[in-house]
Each structure stands twice: as structure tokens, then as C-alpha cells.
Design a protein around this ligand. Structure first.
Ligand code: GAP
Length: 432
């Protein structure tokens, strides 16, 4: 893991938040390469869940919601982790992560009684900070979808089965954040609530398990590093009839990337009860009101990005110092780098025009003139750039350039004027 963390800092994928002040525990900032990677992960998710489908629409709900939402959802009473403190060293632990509750695993000191700790971040809305002004930073994006279920259904006139998808920040005051960006207190979720007829829930649950597992595989995660794990009955959340996790083999062991749950009609019914406004769906054909069941694939954008970073990491077989980030082309932060072979004979100017052309066509590209060409290829391999375009002596004679592919190291020539078309086609073919 330390190799990935230092690469992330060195190449500008991820920095520690507020580093010059000593950092802020569990908070991270995405640098120039990281922000592109994470945007591409979210874009790939949105494309497969919304853009390419007729039965799912998007939503962008507010982070702050009416406090009653969290009463209805069960978060106020039940979104807790068991906590113990060491009376000697003051270290804090999740009780369910300890094998022995009689002594502190760090210093052997006495532990406090287990108490419940609510994970929601509390804040105050408006200028008065009393109990009536308390609001919570959402701990999941899902509730914004449930309370808008009828708004979306009536505006779009979609009939179950259909889904509502959302990407956005969530906040949890985790007791033990850690493992780099794996468990943080501020993170981004990619969630979709799929509303279906009650008797079809098992079938849709199976469908989303397979579909979501395939999404990671299609975007380059190695099969051996991915698995589905069903929750045991005593692990199920209070709202879930069935649940499984898509797990990735992180350097610290198999851990959750995404949860897929059958949430039944729990949330729609609870919000109807607490708000006094029915969220039941009226079926025009049967003239009946009903609460659809919900299948929820809930993924983390930061966890997915971390898994894609770890899985892409490779070193050159002949030179272990040379890192190659083998990102799927759709996820790679930079799609193409333009490299003039030397800084003379009109090559930089020609390369500059190709670079401009790529940017004008919305292809995220890089331009690099400094140091030997081998060093520049190595820099791009480390950034995970799938294609390098080299402008050389022959370019100045016949207006062709060399394309060098990151993974195969294959090199071939194409017309300089065809760069945008060729890279665009490669990106399109790589999309899933
Ligand atoms: N709406 C259901 C829900 O929120 P969850 O399993 O608690 O379910 C879904 O969260 C996903 O959100 C997780 O699989 C994970 O990828 C991400 N996630 C949850 N807590 C996180 C944290 N503290 N840091 C980073 N990602 C987190």
C-alpha cells in the first residue's frame, strides 16, 4: 500500500488534505491526475447506469435534508457503531473489531464499557446553534432518492421497473478511518435505487449482482481480485431482505467495494408514515396503489478509484524501477501524450498543433518536450497514458507520426491529420 500512496503523491493522484498544517486525519485531496481518474470512474458508472439505459434517470439532491428524513430512515436511532475507549492511553476502538474486550490491544490498559456512537455529522442551519437548528450531513445519498421517488416518477412518467441514480458526497464520522482513501469521513457515493414490482425483487437482485460485478471486470479489474460475498443473516442491515458485497482483494485483504441490497419497500413506507404523504405508486392500468420494492447497488467512488489504481499498478519485467499504470483507456487520466522527438527542425511547432487539435476535440492530452524520448515514455507509462504520439524527422517529410501503445509497446505510423480520429475511435472502442 505504501508504494501506491507514495506514487499517488509523487505523480499528483492523491495528496493528504491540509498537508502543510500536518494533515487532517482521513481527509484526502485529488491532484491533477487523480481528479481525472475519479471523474472518469464516475463518468463510466453514469454512462452504464444512466446514459446508456432507458429505464434509469439521474438525480442530484441536496446534502442537507430535513432532520425527519433521518428519523424515518432509521439513521438517528440505528446508524451507530459500538465504541470503546482505553482508560490509560485514550485510544478509541470499534468494539466489533476487537477480539478481547477486557484489555486495550495497544497498551493493555482497561477499556470502557461499550457504548453506541452515532456516525452522522451534526451541524446547525442558520445563525442560531440550538437544538431546533440541528441538521445532518447525509450519511448516504440514497435517502435523497427515496424522498423524491414520486417527484421523479410523475415528472418522467416512468413505470416500475425503473431506477433513479445519483452520485454525490456523503459523510460519516467513522471511528476508525484508514487504509488511505478506503475508509474516510467524507467520501463520494454512486448509488442507484431500482424500483420494481414486489414479486420481481429476487430476479432484479440477481440481475444487479451480475451487472455490477461485470462493470468492474469490463473496466479492467482482474478476475482473481474480485468476488461477490453474500451477507450472513446476522449481518443484514435493518432494512435489507438480502445483501451482498462486491469485494476487491486490497493489499490489506478482501474488502467491500460496493453493496447490493434488496431494501424491500422499507424506505418508501417509512417516509410515507413519517411525512404523512404517501409515496405509493399509482398504477394507471390496474388502478391500484402499491409500494415498489427496491434493489440498491451502492458503490463508493473513492473506493472504486483506489481499486482501479491498485489493480493498474505494474512494473516493467526487465526494470522493476519502471512503473506502468495499466488503466483501462476509458479511465486513464490522460488519453494521449504528444512528444516532439527533438526541440528543433519544426518538430515542437508541429507537435503543438496536434496537441491543440486533441484539446479542441475534448481529448485530455499532455505535451512533453523535456528529456530523452525513453524517459518521456516512462513518465507517461507511470501516469497510465495509453497512447503516445511522437513527432519525428519523418513527420517533417511525409506528415505521419508514430503512435506508441502503452501496454504492447507496439509502434506504428498514421497520418498526423488523423490523430484525433484515431484516438477518438480507440476511446470509443474501449468504452463498454
Ligand atoms: N445506501 C447504502 C449504503 O450507503 P454502504 O455499504 O454503507 O451502503 C455504500 O455504502 C458504499 O459507499 C460502500 O460500499 C463504499 O464503497 C462506500 N463507503 C461507505 N462508507 C465509506 C467510507 N467511510 N469511506 C469511503 N467509502 C465509503
Amino acid at each position: 500500500m505504501s508504494t501506491i500512496v507514495s506514487l499517488c503523491k509523487r505523480r499528483g493522484f492523491i495528496f493528504q488534505s491540509s498537508e502543510i498544517y500536518g494533515g487532517l486525519n482521513s481527509c484526502w485531496d485529488y491532484g491533477p491526475l487523480g481528479v481525472e481518474l475519479k471523474r472518469n470512474v464516475k463518468e463510466a458508472w453514469w454512462r452504464s447506469m444512466v446514459t446508456n439505459r432507458r429505464d434509469i434517470v439521474g438525480l442530484d439532491a441536496a446534502i442537507l435534508m430535513h432532520p425527519k428524513v433521518w428519523e424515518a430512515s432509521g439513521h438517528l436511532s440505528g446508524f451507530t457503531d459500538p465504541l470503546v475507549d482505553c482508560k490509560s492511553c485514550k485510544e478509541r476502538f470499534r468494539a466489533d473489531h476487537l477480539e478481547n474486550l477486557s484489555k486495550c490491544p495497544k497498551c493493555g490498559g482497561q477499556l470502557t464499557e461499550v457504548r453506541k456512537f452515532n456516525l452522522m455529522f451534526k451541524t446547525f442551519m442558520g445563525p442560531v446553534d440550538d437544538q431546533s437548528a440541528v441538521v445532518y450531513m447525509r450519511p448516504e445519498t440514497a435517502q435523497g432518492i427515496f424522498v423524491n421517488f414520486l417527484n421523479v416518477q410523475q415528472a418522467t412518467r416512468l413505470k416500475p421497473p425503473f431506477g433513479i441514480a445519483q452520485i454525490g458526497k456523503s459523510f460519516r464520522n467513522e471511528i476508525t478511518p484508514g487504509n488511505f482513501t478506503y475508509r474516510t469521513r467524507e467520501f463520494e457515493q454512486m448509488e442507484m435505487e431500482f424500483f420494481c414490482m414486489p414479486d420481481t425483487d429476487a430476479q432484479w437482485y440477481d440481475y444487479w449482482r451480475t451487472t455490477r460485478l461485470d462493470w468492474y471486470l469490463k473496466h479492467g479489474i482482474r478476475k482473481d481480485n474480485l468476488r461477490l460475498r453474500d451477507h450472513a443473516p446476522d449481518e443484514l442491515a435493518h432494512y435489507a431482505k438480502a445483501c451482498c458485497d462486491v469485494e476487491y482483494l486490497f493489499p490489506f485483504g478482501w474488502s467491500e467495494l460496493e453493496g447490493i441490497a434488496n431494501r424491500t419497500d422499507f424506505d418508501l413506507k417509512r417516509h410515507s408514515e413519517f411525512s404523512g404523504k404517501s409515496l405509493a405508486y399509482f398504477d394507471e392500468e390496474t388502478k391500484q396503489r402499491m409500494f415498489p420494492f427496491v434493489i440498491e447497488p451502492a458503490a463508493g467512488a473513492d473506493r472504486a478509484t483506489l481499486a482501479f489504481l491498485i489493480d493498474a499498478y505494474d512494473v516493467d519485467k526487465e526494470d522493476a524501477q519502471r512503473v506502468i499504470m495499466r488503466f483501462h483507456p476509458a479511465l486513464a487520466p490522460i488519453k494521449a501524450a504528444v512528444l516532439p522527438l527533438v526541440k528543433k527542425e519544426g518538430m515542437p511547432e508541429k507537435a503543438e498543433r496536434i496537441f491543440e487539435d486533441l484539446l479542441d476535440n475534448s481529448i485530455r492530452a499532455a505535451f512533453d518536450v523535456s528529456s530523452a524520448i525513453g524517459r518521456r515514455y516512462a513518465r507517461q507509462d507511470e501516469a497510465g497514458t495509453p497512447y503516445c504520439i511522437t513527432v519525428d524527422g519523418q513527420t517533417m517529410q511525409d506528415d505521419t507520426v508514430t503512435i506508441r501503445e502503452r501496454d504492447s509497446r507496439e509502434q506504428y505510423r498514421i497520418a498526423a491529420a488523423a490523430c484525433v480520429e484515431v484516438i477518438t475511435k480507440k476511446m470509443k472502442d474501449a468504452r463498454t
